[in-house]
Design a protein around this ligand. Sequence first.
Ligand SMILES: [Zn+2]
Length: 143
Amino acid sequence: MLIIQCPVCGAEGDETDFHCGGQAHIARPATSDPDNIADGEQRDYLFMRFNPKGLHFERWRCDRGCGKWFHAARDTVSLDFKAYYGITELPPADVMKQATGQWADFFKKATAGKPAVKEAAAKKIGAKATAARKTVPAKAKKS
Ligand SMILES: [Zn+2]
């Protein structure tokens, strides 16, 4: 069982209280002419995903709490969550440093020239969620 904590409202529950939205940090191809995106770029955006053994970054939705989407860093081997952070943010710097392979390359590009601001925002949300921690109410029994 996965125990997840929403960084927005602080709700905590198992994976049935949340919805996994797949890989985090997927960006649409940057273009001013969306009708003429290269086939390769469109294929990568729609279908190509990382599938690492170890640290992975995912989107999750707080279904039984605030309903907001957030990002989580999770180890796919131990199933431990390493960090939760906002949907527009990068993970805390210490978690990004643990990334390997495709994720390490991704974060190297994403943080080029702007690491300090993103790191500070991620830590702020994590602290707020810890202070406001509460448990998601149990689901009503089906009759
Ligand atoms: Zn929430």
